[in-house]
Write a new protein. Sequence first.
Length: 199
Amino acid sequence: MAQASSPGTGSEPGVRSRRHGAALEEALLHAAWEELIDVGYARLSMEGVAVRAGTGKAVLYRRWPNRAALVRAVVRWRVGSVSSDVPDSGDLREDILQVLRRMRDSYKEIGPDIAHGLMTELADVPREAFEVIPVVMSALLDRAAERGEVRLKQVTARIVALPGDLLRHELMVSGAPSDDFLAEVVDEVFLPLTVAGRR
């Protein structure tokens, strides 16, 4: 995936512009994405990203402690986060499906190399990365409870995390799943555990 170089990313040999704050971080993330596309996750290094960005490794390490943390930041920069636009259709089933579709579509955009690479370094991935989907699901369940759709007393933390966990497993094992798979997760697993009157 070829992209035009952004101004100030150090793409011209010997040229280093003074960048600070958001402009510097944007340049670093852009350089990291281009490096990922060119060399793949396995060969990605902080040094390679620094060279492409026209800066030093210390600049990267001040923001991200390791490669996995950097790549996670790149993914959020590239595809966004479902937490920034939580669906609110008025129907729990549709909201959950929207979240799962966004997860799947994000996987398609970043590709299996990056996704599988991050899985090999889970210990280095910031823990908040694993809290995004449960937090979003909890917000959807709270709204559904206000509408009388669910009984929150019967919903455990494990149930809240279940749709995201099942989709993540399917992504790693089989690749991007179909809409039918997502519907099965919601209709046959999640809703029977949460929706009032379905137990």
